[in-house]
Structures are given as structure tokens and as C-alpha cells.
Design a protein around this ligand. Sequence first.
Ligand code: C2E
Ligand code: MG
Ligand code: MG
Length: 917
Amino acid sequence: MRDKTIYSQQVLTRRLMPLGWGLLALVGLLVGLTWGALQIQIALAALLNGESVWSKAQKQLVIDLDTYASSGDAERLAGFKRNFTVLEYDRFARDETAKDHYDYDQVVEALSHDNAIREAIPTVIFMLRYLPGAPYLRDALQAWRSTDAAIAELDSIAQELQRSPVAGVRSNQDVARYRARISVLNDYIQPRSDLFSKAIANGASWLGKVLFASVLGAACIAALLWFRMARRILAGIRGSEERYRLLFDNAADGIVMVEENSGLVLDANSTASSWIRRDAADLVGMHFAHLFAESGLSNGAGAKTGTLRASDGGSRLVETQSSLVTFGDKRVRQAIIRDISERVAMEQERRIAAEALASIAEGVIIADANRTVITANDASFQLTGFSTQRLQRFPLGDTRTLPDGEPLPAAIWETIARVGHWHGEVRSRRHDGTIYPEQLSISAIRDDYGKVQHYVAVFTDISAHKANQARLERLATRDTLTGLVNRTEFEAHCSRAIKAATREHAAVVVLFIDLDAFKNVNDSFSHGIGDKLLIRVAERIQQQLAANEVAGRIGGDEFTVLIPRLDAREDAAGLSARLLLSLSEPYMIEEQEIVLTASIGIAGYPLDGGDAVALIANADAAMYAAKAAERNAFRFYLPVMHANVRRRLRLASDLRQALADEEFSVVYQPTVEMQSGRIIAVEALLRWHHPERGEIPPSEFIPMAESLGQIRQIDQWVMQTVFAQLQAWTQAGMPSIRVALNVSASWFGHPAFVEFLTRTLQTTQVSPDRLLLEITESSILRLGEDTDRTMKALQALGISVAIDDFGTGYSSMAYLKLPAVAYLKIDRSFVTGLPDNANDAAIVQAMLAISQSLGLRTIAEGIESEAQHEFLLRAGCAEAQGYLYSYPLNADEISRLLSPNPKLGKVKLQLVATKHL
Ligand code: C2E
Ligand code: MG
Ligand code: MG
């Protein structure tokens, strides 16, 4: 601060210095000139003095000689001689100085005799030697020289007189003559002496004038020069002051000069006044601190930020930097106010960008134009393990290669330079050396002139994405369970093989393999075991195939094999036989030994079909034929087989229409109490009356409806029909017997099932204890975890459940313990062999014992004979169903049967309807 003050003073002093020196020179010049004039005046005075001495001596000489001539006074002669000597010395000095070489000291000595001013002697010598031709001096010297002879004559007179007799002795005549001679000489000398004196006086006067003029002139010129210099310097200072003002006013920053002590504004530039929206003049006198919204900008150096207030209420973020200067005796603070709104906004933007960069999930690396990494975000570190410092060791992109391992080509950077960005998949190396696939995008950031300044690389690890993609691709072409190709892919393989075979006139063969009774395995064990079995089957098929043969799984237990090149279709027989043999080997799965067989249908191109779909369909038809005829066999396709396939397909499409076309109906098979033979319940059984094919048994269309996903709607319809029937029966005053309903797994496990039941019970006012829901073992298996939830809900509703077809599946005791399960239905397959088949008898007895111990009621199905009836009755079976008692009957027949006055007696013996519904 202090330095600054000194510096500004120094600048001014330096600028004013020439003026000072000029003034000094002027004064020096004047002093010099005056001194010179003084010296000349002294010389003149000496000259004049010399002249007067000379003149006086000359006059006295004449007088002394004249007196001596008349009186003979010796003193007068001595006076004459004294004056003559003075005159002679002066003449000597005059004549010596005129010579080329002279003895200066002698001249000084000579001049000293006339008692003139000694200081003037050098000037006199100078003038006599160098200025003899100067105006007036020339005339004086001429006059002086002209008297030399006359003076010498006077001296000779003096000598004559000296030699002649003294006065009184000398005759008057002689005296008169001498005096006359002296007078003549005096008359001659006198005018010349006067001329000399006059010339000297005039010369002195002239020289005085010349001196005055010279001094005046020199002083004037010097003064003029000084003024000119002063003007120039002042103009320079004024110019810089104007420039300063211009700079001051036009500065991009606001500048305010503040008096340090009072804090009052002394001056403000245009920028400051425009920001504050007040004239600079208005600002003068205001307190500096009042210009800001916050106080605290008054003292101290260093940058301070604050808010500058404008008179219109606006404000502006500023940074103030102040410095102290000294103007004369005033201490002034110069405050430079800088608008930092933009900078603050930019800083904020930069902060937001930095935070966004840090929090972004993608890795981001920023490099300069030389591809040297400048910074990288956290995600980059997480993904690669490279810190920014480590990344700076190699140019951007050097840890990456193309997916094939080749280094990133220069073309990438050329593309970025041309279009501004590039993106693609690369392989990236982590810090630990591991490699991962990466989606990389690099963009160039350019300056205003289009020159690349930075590169921004954004990247993500796409390992998971790639794995998903691979999985999807696999899913699209492969069967997830067995890994064999799926239907679409198998068809594609077929098509390619057909094309090739067409060219080579060869045969293509498709084998359609279906496992016999796989459903039983699934139902009896578990789906897990079923799945494992399918995997093993796939493995066995695969083992039998040659490298060019393709195995596929195109349905649940349906496998296909493509033999792409055979000479004749019949050549596939060997492979088919081997496959059957291999597949029939027992399987050990989870310690369960499973034995199953398969049926194979064979269709060949070009004989049995021209394309993949036809070949597969025909091989399927052939497989059906094999299965129908004898299981564990293979059949070659014959056109007749196709009819069966077509029939099934048509049936499926008809089934979709059956509900809408009201082709379904419900029949009711009575259940009798074995002890009394009383009908205590009926089981609702569905019937499909096909308009063309007549009655179609549930065993045929129910599995079809299940696989078509229609069973739920069908079951719902049955439920509604049965509930309506129950209502009708109740209204007709029929005894309130129990009604059993068969429910499929997909409907039983549906979230809307319980709700539907609850609602229907409410609307129909049917008592829940009149309902029995029959669900098969295999269905429970399929339901899994949902079973418990649904069972509990049913129990809460007061509805009982019966396990249907018990013994045909997994026969788990756990099912029997489920909530709501109150009945167990012994499947017809165990009843058929009664009473003679010991196995069946033992199984039935065991089932009865179990259900007794669990408190369940048993219902035996499919009783056709008295013997069966007797056996079951004795064994303790509670209820029974079967043709022995009644076929399934329509609702009206049931109404008649249950009317208060049945025509028929004991149901068991007499109630056998004539037709099978
Ligand atoms: P299920 O529930 O075990 O029904 C008993 C089956 O045995 C019925 O066959 C019945 O007609 C038959 N049957 C009864 N007594 C005798 C007999 O003494 N001898 C012989 N040989 N058969 C007898 P149907 O009606 O063909 O039903 C077959 C299966 O279809 C039923 O077995 C049941 O699982 C299912 N089903 C029937 N109606 C429906 C329904 O509405 N919904 C569902 N989901 N399944 C149903
Ligand atoms: Mg049933
Ligand atoms: Mg049954």
C-alpha cells in the first residue's frame, strides 16, 4: 500500500523533474549571464579607470612640463617623468599585446603601474589582444596611438629643458618658446585624448547595452524554452489524466474512490454508477457501505463478496477489492467492484455438473485434447478400479480394445473429430487385469473455433446386459429345461435340412417322440421329479444322436429328432429302435426308480411332407398311431394317420366354442350311504354334447380344456349351473342332499375362486355344508403353496373338500391333513379288483384305516357289483358311488328320484338307470 503511494508519487516527480531542471538551468543561465556582464562591467570599469589614469597622467604631464619649463621646478620635472612612465607602460602594454608572442606577466607588470583595478587587468589584456578591432575600441586605440609621437616629443622637450639652464637663468624667450611648443603639442594631444576618452566611454556604454540586450535576450529565450517545456509536460500530464479518466469511466469493473477516514465516496466511474443506477455526482458524498446490502466492505484489503444495491431495488452480486492510495495529504481507498453474478452462476452450474458427474451411475472420464485424462467420476473407479491418477498414465481409450481384442482403431478418433461422437461396444481392462464388456460413448467438446478441447467418455459395464441377451437368445432358440432346441429352432433346422436335401436328392427324417404315461409320473411324484426325468430323457436322446442330428423338445413330454441326411426314410428305423431301448431303461431320480416307455412317429421328406411344419405334424400323427396301437413302439407315417391328428385339432377348436354354443350340460351321479343305501349326495359331472360327434367323455375334453386354458371358465359355468340347480331343488322342497363338484387345479388355485364361491353362496342362499369340492391328488400337487391358503379359506366358509382319485397319484398323507379336507374318494381302479385282488383289497383296507384315523369319511368310486359293495361295506367304507347304484342322471331324474314318494324302493338294488349319461 505504502509502496503504491510512493510509486505514484515517484511517477509524478519523474514527470515534473525536467521542469525543475529547466527552471534551475534558467536561473543558472541568468546568474551566469549576470556574472559575465558583471565581469565585463568590471573590465570596462578597469578600462575606464585606466583611461582616466592615462588621461589624467597625460594632462598632468603637460601641466608639469609647462610649469617646469617656466619655473624650472625639479619636482615638476619628477611629476612629468612619473606620468610619462605611466603613459609609457600603458603604451608598452598596448603594443605588446598586439604582437604575436608577448610576455603576459610583463604586460600585467606594465599595467600595474598605472594603479588601475588589478582584477580588471586580465580583461584589459584580453580586450587589447583579441578585440582591438571592436567598435569604439578601435577608434580609442587609433586615437591613443596618434598621441604616441606627441608624448614622445614632450619627453624630448623635458630632456631639453633638463639640459638647459634652470628658470631665471633661462631666458623668457626660451621659456616662451618651450611653452609654445608644449602648448602646440598639448593642442594636438588634447583632442585625441578626448577622442580616446569619448571612444572608451561610448564603447563602455555600447557594451553595456549589448550586454543588457544579450542577457535580456538569453533570459527571454531560456524562459521561453522553459515555458514551452512546461507546457508540453503539463499537456502530457493532462493527457494521462484524461486517459486515466477514460479508463476509469470505461472500466468493465465499477471503481469507487472512498475517503479512508470518513468512508464517503469521492468519485465513482460510469460502470459503478450504471450498476447503482445513480449519477456519479449523486454518489459523491454517500457512505460507501450504504451502497451494499450487507455491511462490511469498508475496511481492509483483499477480495470481499457482497450484494450491490441499485436505486431501483435491483441487486447484483459483486466482489470488491480495495487498495489504499494517498492523494496529496488525503488517504483514499480505491474500491474495484467486480460483477460476479455470472461467475457465481457458472460456479453453481459447475458445482451442479460436478455433483451430477459424481452421482451418475455411468463411468465418466474427461480428457484433454491430447487424450490425457483430467478427471474421472466415482462410478469410473467403481467400474474399472482405476483412480484418476492411475488413469492419467495412459491416453484415454488405451485400457480398451474392440470386442475382438484388437486395439481401438484410429478411425474412432477420426469419427469423433468428424461427427463429434462415437459409441460402441468395447472390451475394457480393469485395474486388476480382468476384462469386461463395456458400452462406450465418446464425445468431443470443442471451443468457439471448432477445435477439440476435451473428450468425454461415458461407459457402462454391460456384462449383465450381455448375459441377459445371451440368455434371451438361448431362450428364443432353446428349451430352458433340457437345453434342446425349441420348436421354432427345430423347424428352422428342418427347413435348412430340407433345402440341402432338395439339392442333394436326399431324405430328411423327423422323429416325434412322446413319453408314454408321463402324466402319471408327474402326477404321482412331483413336478420336480418330472422335470428331472425330462432332462434325463433329453440326455439319453442326445447320446444316441450323431453330430449332425438335432434333438428338440417341442412340448411337455414331446421330443423331436432331425436326421438331416438319409438315403431313405426307412433308415431311421435303427435310430428309433435304439432310442426306444435307451429310453425304456429305468431312471433313478431322487432315489425313485421310474420306468417309462416312449412312442415314436417317423415322417420323412420328401415322402411325408414338403416342409418342416408338415413333417413335424405328420411325425406327431405317426406317434399317435404308435401309442394307440402298442406303446414303446415306432411307426412310419401313413396318410391315414393324419386324420386322427386333424380330429384332435378340430375338437380343440370346437371346445373353444362349446360354452358359447351351450353344448355343455351337467349330470348328477348319486352317492349312497353304504349302511342304509340312502342317497345322501350327488356328484355333478360335466357332459359335452358335440353337435356332430355326440357325447364326448370328460376324460377326452377335460385335459384338452386344461391345456387350452379354458377349464376355469368351464368349471365356473358348472358351479353356476349346480348352484342354480340346488336353488331349484330347494325351492321344489327336495331333501337337502350334499352336492359334490369337481374343481380343476387352475380354478381351485385362482385368487378369485374363494371370492366367487363366497359371492355365489350369498346370492343363491345355498348352505355351505351342502357343498363338497372334489379335487384330485395331482391337482393339489400342482397348486403347491396356494393349497393351504385356499383350504383355510374354504374351512372358514364351512365348505368341505374331498380328495378325488386317491391312490392314483402321490398319495401323500399330508394332503389328508389339510384343513377343509373331510372326504377321501377311493379311486375306481382299486375297486375294480375287489374283492378277489388281494393287493387292491389290502390297499383299500389301508386307505379306510388311514381315513378313519384321520377322521375322514370315505367314498368308494365305481362300484359295479354286489361283491364290491359287500366288501366295502364290511371294510367300513361310509359312502359309495357306482353304476351298481346309479349312472349319472340328469337333474329331472334326480328330482324324481329324491321326491318324497319315490316309486323305487331301495336305491342300491333298484336304482340302476337304463342309460349311461
Ligand atoms: P371323477 O370325479 O372320478 O368321476 C367319476 C367318474 O367315474 C365319472 O366319469 C363317472 O361317470 C365314472 N363312474 C362312476 N361310476 C362308475 C362305474 O361304476 N363304473 C365306471 N366304469 N365308471 C363310473 P366321467 O363323468 O367320465 O368323468 C371323468 C372325470 O372327469 C371325473 O372323474 C372328473 O375328474 C372329471 N370331471 C367330470 N366333470 C367335471 C367337471 O365338471 N369339472 C372338472 N374339473 N372335472 C370333471
Ligand atoms: Mg369326482
Ligand atoms: Mg374319481
